[in-house]
Design a protein around this ligand. Structure first.
Ligand SMILES: C[S@@+](CC[C@H](N)C(=O)[O-])C[C@H]1O[C@@H](n2cnc3c(N)ncnc32)[C@H](O)[C@@H]1O
Length: 242
């Protein structure tokens, strides 16, 4: 079950204001190369990148379990050029194969168990053409995310400003539990989240076990190599072995 900030329409409507265009989105937009490629986004949310890729002439399918996020995506620019599907990365089924699958906005970190990660990797592999590419990122657990997550900001929404703050409850092993508090004029909405921070070695092992060959691992959106101690991101570009 996705978190409230993806399921509640009034929170989904704020997503693109909170998480707009940025260098990570530019990174993914370049990945398919020259159009038209068959591209699949998993955990697409409002499909900011999926819609931009469709605008570039790619044939894009975007999958997410949260109806409210899909609804925002459909009604946004280029939304009519994307094929939207409701589903989980572990379970969706489409009767076609893709050149590129990607999962971004740290959506991979919602996969909390080894079974979920393996089911998603198997499912993605099944939906790739022979030698198709899977690209995704996860935050490097070496950084003190429990402190970095403690933030607040004021979103400038169409109906007026919405103050938001993030409160971390705990960090235990590979998991961080936090709540996002949204202050609307008619009251507070709280979204509860847990994310998994898998270490590089373990995730690399899982990818190889599920039939992927790791081509690149970057530590940031400028394509600098992953540095286990300092990089904020672990960005994998992996190819499905036929
Ligand atoms: C932080 S948002 C990222 C959205 C989009 N990829 C982006 O970059 O803006 C995480 C998304 O993952 C979705 N999600 C939650 N559980 C999922 C699952 N098991 N499989 C695929 N997506 C999932 C949520 O509904 C949400 O839209």
């Amino acid at each position: 079950m996705p978190d409230a900030h993806y399921e509640l329409p009034e929170l989904a409507a704020l997503y693109d204001i909170e998480c707009g265009w940025s260098e990570d989105r530019e990174f993914y937009l370049q990945l398919p190369g020259s159009p038209p490629k068959a591209v699949l986004e998993l955990g697409c949310g409002t499909g900011l990148i999926a819609r931009a890729m469709a605008g570039d002439g790619h044939d894009v399918t975007a999958v997410d379990p949260a109806q409210a996020m899909l609804d925002v995506g459909r009604q946004s620019p280029n939304g009519d050029r994307v094929r939207w599907e409701q589903g989980f990365a572990q379970h969706f089924r489409l009767d076609r194969r893709f050149d590129l699958a990607f999962m971004t906005g740290h959506a991979f970190q919602v996969l909390l168990t080894d079974d979920d990660v393996n089911a998603a990797l198997d499912n993605i592999h099944r939906h790739l053409k022979p030698s198709g590419v899977f690209a995704f990122e996860t935050r490097n657990p070496a950084l003190p995310w429990e402190r970095l997550f403690e933030e607040s900001e004021i979103l400038q929404a169409p109906d007026g400003p919405v103050p938001i703050d993030w409160r971390v409850h705990w960090r235990r092993g590979e998991f961080i539990r936090f709540n996002t508090h949204y202050q609307f004029t008619d009251g507070e909405r709280i979204s509860e989240s847990t994310l998994r921070f898998l270490p590089f070695d373990r995730l690399s092992e899982m990818l190889v076990d599920r039939g992927f060959e790791i081509e690149h691992v970057y530590g940031n959106w400028d394509r600098t190599a992953f540095d286990p101690e300092h990089s904020a991101e672990i960005i994998f570009i992996a190819r499905a072995k036929p």
